[in-house]
Design a protein around this ligand. Structure first.
Ligand code: SF4
Length: 578
């Protein structure tokens, strides 16, 4: 992983391919690398869909090696949804494949003059670009099928659906899983729209005949990986709950905590939760011949993913994640698991962020466009987005724009990005993360549910303002570092609780690169990433006024605890004081 592939789509004639040494970006991977390139090379005031913006796709520092859980991938750009810097993280196979091909990053830059659609094929022999307008407005599933017909099934794909081609700010980039389903997505912040603006429909990668990346000190690396895996498997969340029930295991837990946002964040409990919980999902999957436990990439040992079949036992979608089930479920008052799985499939196929779409439909329901609980109406709305009707193009611009168009006051967004599945009034640590993350409202940026609700890594009362800033700060710093390694964020449960598992993570980094990192060095690395991201946002015009939750969270108590968000502005402004 010592080279960067640049594809300039803005050159006359065919796009220009450059393969260059990693150079000044050496030592950076995943989020650290995407944010460094965007921060240094993209003018902060530029239009996100202009030739000045770039899409950076980067495996993590440990991706492509034997390290368990190391196959996450980072996508960076200036976000068309937030207007700020974006790192959107995805699972799937491409991280491992790209790393073994030796690329620290793919950078798509410039903007083509015409409206041709391009495919990019990368294998050990080099890079080929071709025009293929027959893929126009194809869904991600059909696009991948066409790539399989052309290149065989030893490939991995990175693609956009019609939403990306239409440059909608809710558009995702799809990454194929181990079975070549385009079911893992860099969804947050609209990176699919930026890839669409570059005219690139799909990047096909093939690592046939290429070995795993080798560490500098293989024996130490192997030993650290063994301890790391043992730690993951013995922890209750990573070794039992997530593999058995998937991420939706959180539904009952958040509902019991009164923090499960329902009917567009009006209350913290949902009467239909048992019909859409992880336990119900897993039972349905098993009964219908699906799979309740599945890894989204080679080397995942937690295996929180799964396969969701329809009533006739045919594949309907991958197991919808907790956030998706909540966004299309409780937030919209929908408790029909099959309809939610259909919405998940449609989002994946059209190439849309499931959180943004669910929350946007909740806002549309509040506006009276359709009724809470109207699952078929929600499905129709997603089809409108995928087809690009005028209404669909409004919905596809996300919750903030939809709220403005339909005159809704209660719109749960920060920096223009829809809020995920934890009410910030009842999980206040996450409220701090939503408010202050450079990414906009993003639970993964500093997942305070750990200490607030799950009592992992200590306990901070979720209903009180005390201790939330420190909790969010520490998690945001740690997350920025983890997102740079290529490790799945779910390792956090085990490394926060078990010092030896945290040490094993550091002991993976050190022998791989011949470093002598300490825990403090890892924290410094995370701080540098956050500082870089905040600096970009400042230059893009963001001030502390954007590090705030919408007003209604401060004035409207959420039942059943009847609490408001009461972490003060002064405290929020202290999150990044280091
Ligand atoms: S734990 Fe889940 S999200 Fe993480 S790598 Fe495994 S399957 Fe993917």
């Amino acid at each position: 992983m010592d080279k960067i592939l640049r594809v300039n789509m803005g050159t006359k004639g065919i796009p220009r391919i450059t393969i260059e040494p990693i150079g000044a970006y050496a030592g950076l991977g995943g989020r650290a690398l995407t944010s460094a390139i965007v921060s240094k090379e993209v003018p902060p005031a530029s239009h996100p869909l202009s030739g000045a913006n770039k899409i950076v796709i980067a495996p993590g520092l440990l991706s492509g090696s034997i390290a368990a859980m190391s196959g996450r991938i980072s996508v960076g750009c200036k976000s068309p949804l937030t207007g700020g810097i974006k790192e959107s993280n995805s699972g799937g196979q491409p991280s491992q494949v790209l790393a073994r091909l030796g690329y620290a990053a793919i950078v798509l830059e410039g903007k083509p003059e015409g409206d041709d659609l391009y495919t990019i094929f990368i294998n050990k022999d080099g890079v080929k670009i071709a025009i293929d307008n027959s893929l126009r407005m194809l869904g991600n599933y059909d696009t991948v099928t066409r790539m399989k017909e052309k290149f065989g099934d030893k490939i991995a794909c990175i693609s956009i659906g019609p939403a990306g081609e239409m440059r909608l700010p809710a558009a995702s980039i799809a990454f194929t899983d181990m079975e070549l389903r385009p079911a893992r997505h860099a969804g947050r912040g609209g990176p699919g729209a930026v890839m669409g603006s570059k005219g690139v429909k799909v990047i096909v990668i093939d690592d046939t005949d290429l070995p795993m990346r080798q560490p500098k000190y293989p024996d130490k690396y192997k030993e650290a990986n063994k301890i790391f895996v043992e730690g993951l498997l013995k922890h209750g969340v990573t070794g039992q709950a997530l593999p058995a029930y998937g991420t939706s295991v959180l539904a009952n837990i958040l509902n019991e905590a009164g923090a499960y946002p329902t009917y567009n964040f009006k209350q913290g409990t949902f009467a239909g939760v048992s019909k859409i919980s992880g336990e119900t999902e897993a039972a349905l999957e098993t009964e219908r011949g699906g799979v309740p436990s599945h890894g989204c990439h080679r080397g995942c040992v937690i295996r929180c993913s799964g396969i969701y079949n329809d009533k006739d036992g045919h594949y309907l979608s991958k197991q919808p994640e907790y956030e998706t089930v909540w966004a299309h479920g409780a937030d919209c008052g929908i408790d029909d698991m099959d309809k939610i799985a259909m919405l998940d499939f449609l989002d994946d196929n059209y190439g849309l962020d499931t959180i943004e779409m669910g929350v946007t439909i909740g806002v549309a329901m509040e506006a009276g466009l359709l009724k809470f609980g109207d699952a078929d109406g929600a499905i129709n709305l997603i089809h409108e987005v995928g087809k690009g009707t005028p209404l669909g193009r409004i919905i596809g611009r996300g919750a903030a724009v939809t709220g403005r168009v339909f005159g809704v006051e209660r719109v749960p967004v920060v920096k223009g990005q829809a809020m995920p599945a934890y009410d910030p009034r009842a999980v206040k640590g996450l409220g701090v993360t939503y408010a202050t993350s450079p990414m906009g409202a993003d639970h993964t940026a500093g997942y305070a549910t750990t200490a607030n609700i799950l009592k992992v890594g200590g306990f901070v009362d979720p209903l009180k303002p005390q201790g939330q800033v420190e909790l969010s700060r520490n998690l945001q710093v740690a997350t920025a570092a983890i997102d740079s390694t290529g490790m799945c964020l779910f390792i956090a449960f085990a490394i926060l609780d078990q010092p030896e598992t945290f040490q094993a993570l550091i002991d993976l980094l050190n022998p791989f690169y011949g470093l002598s990192f300490t825990a403090d060095d890892v924290a410094e690395y995370g701080k540098k990433v956050l500082t870089m991201e905040r600096d970009f946002n400042t230059r893009a015009g963001f001030t502390k006024e954007q590090d705030r939750l919408p007003e209604f969270f401060k004035t409207e108590p959420v039942p059943p605890h009847n609490v408001v968000f009461d972490v003060s502005d002064e405290e929020l402004d202290a999150v990044f004081n280091w």
